[in-house]
Design a binder for this molecule. Structure first.
Ligand SMILES: Cc1ncc(C[n+]2csc(CCOP(=O)(O)OP(=O)(O)O)c2C)c(N)n1
Ligand SMILES: [Mg+2]
Length: 280
């Protein structure tokens, strides 16, 4: 079943990045690298793929990319303009990492790496046992794979044949303090997921059309297994300066960097308007 899109996914991803820039400008700092690298997959999911009935689940296991989640909830009308500008401030409903008890629309609290994917497999198993028909989508960071707990979750997903679960790995090649391959591991994803007996695809992760086509194909050719999609992405994707920066994991923005955020908003303000006009 093809999903019906309200605006082009590319336009939606631009709107997401623009809203993220607004939050960061108000706050003065933030996890820009990992929020920008997933904007394209977030656009595919939130621009029409996540269903309300039965209600699909979204789990942002790499919870430090919370601003990307909040931007999507803002475009859905769940977060007000006023709240949007309170990212990580005292008393905010938008803490740095998602909290299901604080933010309307957040389904799962995450931020302690490894624990989001662990919740996702539990949610998928429960939904499978109950035959709800809900699908579960989870995004894991490549650095997050350093957490041993992620393998327990993947083993469980394989063993229980969680065919209602799609796990995305955001392979942006960088983690908090450097290149993933230098800090801990140069992943051989093909060997890794073959060993876990999980079907895996690698896709251009900053190309919404490629992601969409793969998800459509998977739905048309069900395998009865949990699928892993490795998103080949660029950390900071969307603003060349951050893409090229040696480290854009968490940035306290200088005046020049704030200007870049403001410039992105200015150049793309039409994208946010387009999405909001259509969603009302
Ligand atoms: C259990 C745990 N240990 C450490 C951290 C601190 N931490 C936050 S982000 C991060 C690096 C994550 O790297 P990656 O998954 O590659 O994130 P991305 O590149 O997508 O931003 C670390 C170590 C944490 N959030 N949770
Ligand atoms: Mg990473």
């Amino acid at each position: 079943m093809k999903t019906r899109k309200r605006v082009q996914n590319e336009r939606y991803a631009t709107a997401l990045r623009s809203v993220i820039c607004e939050m960061f400008l108000a706050r003065g700092d933030g996890h820009i690298g990992g929020s920008f690298s997933i904007a394209d997959v977030m656009a595919v999911l939130f621009n029409g793929r996540l269903r309300k009935e039965p209600e699909d689940w979204f789990v942002l296991s790499k919870g430090h990319a919370g601003p990307a989640y909040y931007a999507a909830l803002y475009l859905e009308g769940k977060i007000t303009d006023q709240d949007l500008l309170t990212l990580n401030a005292n008393g905010t409903i938008l803490p740095s990492h998602p909290d299901r008890n604080l933010t309307p629309g957040v389904q799962c609290s995450t931020g302690s790496l490894g624990q989001g994917i662990s919740q996702a497999v539990g949610i998928a198993y429960a939904n499978k046992l109950k035959h709800t028909g809900a699908r579960i989508y989870c995004i894991v960071g490549d650095g997050e794979l350093n957490e041993g707990e992620t393998y327990e979750a993947l083993e469980f997903a394989s063993n229980k044949k969680l065919d209602n679960l799609v796990i995305f790995i955001d392979s942006n090649k960088k983690q908090v303090d450097g290149l993933v391959e230098e800090v801990s591991c140069a992943y051989r994803y093909d060997a890794l997921f073959a060993g876990l007996q999980l079907p895996m695809n690698i896709v251009a992760g900053n190309d919404p059309q490629a992601i969409e086509q793969l998800l459509d194909h998977m739905e048309e050719h069900q395998t009865g297994e949990c699928h892993v999609i490795v998103l080949d992405t660029v950390k900071g994707k969307g603003i060349a300066y951050f893409e090229q920066a040696p480290n854009c994991h968490h940035v306290t923005f200088s005046d020049a960097e704030k200007d870049l955020l403001a410039q992105y908003i200015k150049e793309n303000e039409g994208a946010v308007r387009d999405v909001l006009e259509i969603t009302g």
